[in-house]
Design a protein around this ligand. Structure first.
Ligand code: CA2
Length: 164
């Protein structure tokens, strides 16, 4: 099973500026820990970052034939990108929206996510830990049968049963 992790505009600057909001870890640090969690659960992970909306849409299309889940921190495109909304809506697997900060507690323009309607769940405000939590949530939801197939607890129960 495979998860695609997508990172939107400016996330390549993590660790360089605004540490009070986004922490001091780089995107590579977050990706390394996310991949370790995926691997520990028997999944593989690929990561793609772009500052370009169309490139992220293409990456979602590519994930349709490759991935069982997408974890996406779309950066500011979260609040504006209907093309990313439509692309994620055409993806059959699990979609988890991820943010380092808690956008709901920040400026009003961050309070709306146009991606939320096509996501199965949201991890926000957990800093770097969110990357690990989002991967685990994606794996557990996919294990429960994917979108609409159950809750993360169902996925954990199924994984436990398979171990026995
Ligand atoms: O909290 C998050 O993860 C965000 O997705 C980060 C986005 C922001 O636009 C969203 O509202 C919430 C920003 C991406 C990173 O921007 C940086 C800017 C300067 C220095 C470092 C990162």
């Amino acid at each position: 099973m495979h998860v695609t992790l997508l990172s939107g505009p400016n996330l390549d600057l993590l660790g360089e500026r605004e540490p009070e909001v986004y922490g001091t870890d780089t995107l590579a640090d977050h990706v390394r820990r996310a991949a370790a969690v995926a691997e520990s659960l028997g999944w593989t992970l690929d990561h793609f970052q772009s500052n370009h909306e169309g490139a992220l849409v293409d990456a979602v299309h590519g994930a349709r034939s490759r991935a069982d889940a997408i974890v996406v921190n779309a950066g500011a495109l979260t609040h504006t990108s209907w093309s990313l909304h439509d692309a994620l809506g055409a993806f059959d697997g699990v979609v988890i929206e991820l943010h380092l900060s808690n956008p709901a507690a920040r400026e009003p323009f961050r309070h709306t996510s146009v991606l939320a309607a096509v996501a199965d769940g949201l991890v926000a405000g957990m800093g770097g830990l969110g990357y690990e939590l989002a991967i685990e949530a994606a794996v557990r939801l996919a294990g429960a049968g994917g979108r609409g197939g159950g809750t993360p607890d169902d996925g954990l129960r199924r994984a436990d049963e398979e171990k026995r």
